[in-house]
Design a protein around this ligand. Structure first.
Ligand SMILES: [Zn+2]
Length: 355
């Protein structure tokens, strides 16, 4: 670690980092509230029925022993954008969310579709947590407080550190970075890179903290973790400056034509992967929380169609399934198996009634 402790971002830093220039910040608070109210109505009272799975999502349970025994350059999807990486004998964890709901409230808000493959208590010591931004589906207070005990370093975009220390996390563990700043850890280089997104944990603290993505360089092996972002020219710049990437972990889900600037349609995810000069794409930000208005399998199906049409190498591991980063394979379309199982169960129930 080059440094530890907080390097708090001033308001000027945050403005320079691109907060105030973008159009998605536009509009009065009254207009934003009205838009929010309309969306909330649609979310709670007018949602299509297939935004959540009908059956059980397959999850491969993980154990401490299996993780310790796994080779370096392994990856496990634990949920939404929560990815565990094993590099150089150490574990890195992106945006750890273990909560039942991606919400400020324990009794309301998007509920998760599946359990996590491993509880926090069973995870091995974590060398570093990488956070992309402060939204609820990426920053889970209880998970962070629990994980902080077994985590050496928490790397965050400017401004997010104060949230963590406000929750009681030891400031010495937290390192804040601005875009393009990097830190080194066990010989690996971790760079905070730009995203086109927004931040805030309530309607009253929008864009007070920075948001970003991470480029992880393990020697000549490079991984990109995209956090949340709309499609923008930044992907090409990141690809030029820090690529090519062996593996990109990019959002593919929770998109909508109503919010085109802050999340990507699957076609844009593929374009971002190509801009980054990625070899393998692991689509994330899907399959765990109901955060949009599209059918829950749509992001994966659209991505599969694109992968076939454009020859993009896409890997879709099950939650908890070990992935060898230097020997990637496409994996199975597990979301189809779930639907088939459900259909079979329905058919069986139907024929029971018939017989
Ligand atoms: Zn977000």
């Amino acid at each position: 670690m080059a440094e530890s402790g907080l390097s708090a971002g001033s308001g000027d830093d945050l403005r320079e980092a691109g907060f105030e220039r973008a159009e998605w910040n536009g509009g009065s608070r009254a207009r934003r509230l009205l838009q929010m109210a309309r969306l909330m109505w649609k979310f709670f009272f007018d949602k299509p029925p297939d935004t959540r799975p009908q059956g059980k999502i397959p999850v491969d349970p993980l154990t401490h022993q299996a993780l310790e025994a796994a080779p370096d350059r392994s990856l496990w999807r634990l949920g939404h954008s929560t990815v565990l990486l094993k590099l150089r004998g150490e574990f890195l964890l992106t945006d750890p969310v273990f909560a039942k709901r991606a919400s400020p409230l324990s009794f309301a808000g998007p509920k998760r579709f599946h359990p996590t493959p491993i509880p926090i208590g069973d995870l091995p010591p974590i060398r570093a947590i990488l956070l992309s931004h402060d939204h609820y589906d990426h920053l889970d207070k209880r998970a962070i407080r629990k994980l902080a005990e077994k985590t050496a370093h928490i790397l965050v975009p400017n401004g997010v550190g104060a949230i963590l220390t406000g929750w009681g996390v030891d400031a010495a563990k937290v390192r804040e970075l601005a875009w393009w700043q990097h830190t080194t850890l066990d010989g690996m280089r971790l760079t905070l890179t730009p995203t086109q997104h927004f931040s805030g944990r309530s309607l009253w603290n929008r864009n007070r903290t920075l948001f970003g993505s991470w480029a992880i360089e393990d020697g000549d092996f490079r991984i990109f973790y995209g956090g949340d972002s709309g499609y923008f020219a930044g992907f090409r710049e990141i690809g030029d400056r820090l690529g090519p990437f062996d593996v990109t972990l990019l959002e593919n889900g929770a998109y909508n034509v109503r919010w085109p600037v802050v999340h990507m349609q699957p076609e844009e995810t593929v374009q971002a992967h190509n801009d980054l000069r990625g070899k393998w794409l692991v689509p994330i930000h899907n399959g765990t929380f109901d955060l949009a208005l599209h059918p829950w399998t749509e992001p994966m199906e659209r991505m599969q169609a694109l992968a076939l049409a454009e020859g993009v190498r896409v890997a879709t591991p099950r939650f908890g399934q070990a992935v060898r980063l230097d020997a990637m394979t496409p994996g199975e379309c597990w979301w189809r198996r779930l639907d088939a199982a459900e259909a079979t169960a329905k058919l069986a129930a139907h024929s029971d009634v018939m017989s």
